[in-house]
Ligand binder design. Sequence first.
Ligand code: AMP
Length: 283
Amino acid sequence: MLKISDLDEWRTYANQLRSSGATVALVPTMGALHEGHVALVRAAKDRGDVVMLSVFVNPLQFDDSGDLERYPRTPEHDLAVALASGVDCLVEPSLGAMWPRYPAPTSTTVSVGPLGALFEGAQRPGHFDAVATVVTKLFALTGPSRAYFGEKDYQQLAVVRQVVRDLALDVEVVGCAVVRDDDGLALSSRNRRLSGEGRSRALALSRALTRARDATGPASTRRALLRETLEESDVEVGYVDVVDPVTLLPCDDGASGVARALVAGVVEGVRLLDNAPLTVGGR
Ligand code: AMP
């Protein structure tokens, strides 16, 4: 496995791969790798792609400096996981290389409009513009045929799809299902910060999604169930909603068909996200 941090080397390597006829896949991550990340790598390997996995904790997408400081950084573990999962090239750019003007962003940034102001974006202003900017830069450096993202960050996936569509970027965005622990908790690098008791409370997120999925009735009934389930476990509710799976606009009670339930909450100061498909307006 090759390891690169220099941006010129990164671009040259990806160019060489493309000229040799390889299909280059990019798996962007912030490290502290777990089975959710590995699933993205596997999906790429299954399609025969050469996999470049990037690890970059992008400070510009954090609105809370405490969250940024506490974000786990595990370079040796990441190296071992990348190697074991068949990553072809691990890319770890430095902060200075990515954002020479940090803490200011680059003069040019990507702005994602109203989609970026919903849900996570409402609670973390500027978050999705920063995500879109870094992802666009990662795409520009790599020139991947495909890029793999998890449905775990459902709104992020929708934002990336929108960027690719709006800017006519030549990359196929592949979304991969949420990977969970046996108890249902969606894997996340932030789960490391939960105590045993916090982890039990955090299970309310996946339980809420299962309850809302298994219930019948309109979106408002499902929304109420989501909220109630989080509150029962003393999870500080960030938001709950039942939305159109593409536009992410809230479903009204006349809606029927496949929707997406989104939940976000805070346990022990750790922000947790989860989501799942469900059918509204009868079953
Ligand atoms: P992160 O390192 O948290 O920024 O995540 C990097 C990529 O891995 C993103 O596309 C995430 O959506 C994806 N990812 C993180 N956790 C999971 C999970 N539990 N299941 C599926 N994909 C995930």
